[in-house]
Design a binder for this molecule. Structure first.
Ligand code: SAM
Length: 188
């Protein structure tokens, strides 16, 4: 489990209008498999699902998980996982991430998502502006990084100290197969 004490449960929820605005800018398709990591009670999960994508929401806080499960009851394209986004298994097939993760764990999340064996295709992450600038200047290996929508502090409830931005990571090469999923060479 990552994080500790109070800090793990602090959160800045995206306001509904801003969640919609962010999603309108990033073209989620009904063929996409999207992970919402640190989903809270679903500020992004629900509008992503409304766009027809298959969504896996991962949240560590049991109470928020229960609220989100109630909210998505009947949506057969949404799965809510109670767990640590830094530890839950990631899909083997190509996936996207659209998330407003806890800022304290955002760098660790980027490291995990961009590991060599990850099948991540694209991530749109709401992160502090300074962090988005840092990745745009030095993208993770195998990815491009650019700054998408500006997300002001007033887009959150409660507002954080700093403004944020959407960090857009796109894989340069096609995703590698995860270890163990390679086909054996044909016998000669
Ligand atoms: C900044 S809030 C965002 C909530 C929601 N995505 C939104 O935009 O309103 C981050 C969320 O991540 C959750 N969280 C913190 N650490 C986590 C972890 N290691 N794995 C999964 N969720 C985590 C918190 O409980 C919180 O709900």
């Amino acid at each position: 489990m990552s994080g500790n004490g109070q800090r793990r449960w602090g959160w800045h929820r995206l306001r509904k209008t801003w969640a919609e605005r962010i999603l309108d800018g990033i073209a989620v398709l009904d063929t996409d498999l999207v992970l919402d990591l640190g989903s809270g009670t679903g500020a992004l999960t629900l509008p992503i699902a409304a766009r027809g994508a298959r969504v896996i929401a991962v949240e560590l806080h049991a109470g928020r998980v229960n609220r989100l499960r109630d909210a998505v009851a009947g949506h057969d394209r949404v799965t809510v996982v109670e767990g640590d986004m830094l530890e839950v298994p990631l899909p083997h097939r190509p996936f996207r991430v659209v998330a407003n993760p806890p800022y304290a764990a955002a760098a660790a999340l980027v490291r995990r998502l961009t590991e060599r064996d990850s099948a991540l295709r694209r991530a749109d992450l709401v992160v502090p502006r300074w962090m988005a600038n840092r990745y745009a200047a030095a993208p993770p290996r195998g990815f491009t990084a650019e700054i998408g929508a500006h997300v002001p502090a007033r887009a959150f409830d409660p507002p954080p100290r700093d403004d944020s931005a959407v960090l857009v990571l796109r894989r340069v090469r096609s995703p590698r197969r995860r270890r163990g999923s390679r086909r054996r060479p044909a016998p000669r």
